[in-house]
Design a binder for this molecule. Structure first.
Ligand code: KG4
Ligand code: ZN
Length: 375
């Protein structure tokens, strides 16, 4: 079957066409129109501006996607759209476009939860199979959660952030350091550069982690906290870490001119976040012994996080299959919504599939939509 999918939950206007059959997915077209430069001026996503941009771009993006796949509306079997969570003024544009197309083309329409899209993005790699139970570390700009799936579309949230999401913390630290928006990838790049350079030169023993590495050429040391790492649950908290970076920078105002210093702050911050994410994941892997472990969401693009998780799986849980999304599908895109829709449709009962013909009337965006178990 061929699915046209639409994603407008935040600042990317995205559409894709997925072909699904015999347990294999092919992405026939994947278009992402980013608004990053527009929001960069404001240091974050402005919901009303995002909405206006989506409104301008949604039709050209869908047309371009059909063109790229050399398909016409008649070739499409199912329309899928992100229903939530996300920014309401942004979601509404994608959902309205999808409902309109479903009505005029007379197609079934399915709403997909954004984070389940991130999890199913792992299936966009050829010859990949999700085996259950599955543990997912969902790390994005708005969410940080450990999710256990006993089967397709059967979700249990083991723990989640009590305040900031991991990606949000990256973005806020970037802002404190005067770096551009979105800061996550920039902080990561600087942190990785610092790490590589110092490992090569042997200035810092970055492997020991416990040593509170010294600030280059100074007596004081970094000592960023690992919030909730030792708590007896699977919840997270990143706002204390963010505040600790803020106070640290206030104390070292003069050093902010030094690029090496900035890079080292990025490094120490990234290490703290990665330690917490990996530490909590380790506990969940030990308790639930999943057949598959996946990472999902924008922060899954973080190379250091991937490296440490790979190391954890290889050394402690070698029988668990570890999946990471391709970098193109780590950040927000519509292909992930299409693949989740294909699988949901496949697992639906015939009467529920028939109901999808009515979604052009009933589907509503929901800014706080939780995971939806399929009954
Ligand atoms: O999933 P996503 O594209 O959008 C949301 O659903 O929120 O995630 C975006 C988040 C942003 O906070 C961004 O800074 C972060 O993912 N991010 C990263 C990296 N690439 C993107 N954070 C750390 N390291 C990265 N390489
Ligand atoms: Zn996302």
């Amino acid at each position: 079957m061929k699915i046209l999918s639409i994603e407008t939950s935040c600042d990317e206007t995205a559409a894709a066409i997925i072909q699904w059959g015999n347990n294999q997915a092919a992405v026939l077209a994947n278009t992402v129109s980013s608004q990053v430069s527009l929001h960069a001026k404001w240091g974050g996503v402005v919901p009303d501006l995002a909405s206006r941009e989506h409104q301008k771009n949604i039709v050209p993006v869908i047309e371009e996607t059909l063109d790229r796949a050399s398909l016409t509306p008649a070739d499409i079997d199912l329309i899928a759209v992100t229903e939530g969570p996300g920014l309401m003024p942004a979601l509404v544009i994608g959902v309205t476009a999808a409902k309109t197309l479903a009505l005029i083309w007379d197609k079934p329409l399915i709403g997909i939860q954004h984070l389940e899209g991130h999890i199913y993005a792992n299936l966009l790699k050829p010859d990949t199979e999700l085996r259950f139970p599955l543990l997912a570390l969902v790390v994005s700009g708005g969410h940080t959660e450990l999710v256990l799936m006993k089967d397709h579309f059967q979700y249990q949230i083991l723990g989640e952030t009590q305040d900031d999401a991991a990606g949000e913390a990256f973005d806020k630290v970037a802002k404190m350091l005067g770096l551009d928006y979105p800061g996550g990838p920039i902080v990561a790049r600087k942190a990785d550069a610092f790490r590589t350079q110092n490992l090569e030169s042997g200035i810092l023993n970055l492997e020991t982690k416990t040593g509170n590495p010294k600030i280059k050429n100074q007596e004081s040391t970094f000592n960023f906290p690992r919030p909730m790492l030792d708590a007896d649950n699977f919840d997270f908290s990143f706002s204390g870490l963010k505040t600790s970076v803020l106070y640290f920078l206030k104390k070292h105002e003069a050093d902010k001119q030094d690029e090496q210093f900035i890079d080292q702050v990025c490094h120490e911050f990234q290490e703290a976040v990665v330690d917490v994410l990996v530490g909590k994941t380790k506990k969940a892997l030990a308790l639930y012994s999943p057949a598959t472990f996946v990472i999902a969401g924008g922060v899954s693009a973080n190379v250091r996080l991937r490296m440490e998780l790979r190391n954890l799986i290889d050394t402690k849980f070698p029988t668990t299959q570890f999946l990471t999304p391709e970098f193109t599908y780590s950040l927000d895109n519509a292909a992930m919504i299409g693949i989740a829709a294909a699988l949901r449709y496949e697992h639906m009962s015939e009467p529920d599939r028939t109901l999808l013909m009515d979604s052009y009337r009933t589907l509503e965006p929901d800014a706080n939509l939780p995971f939806q178990n399929l009954v």
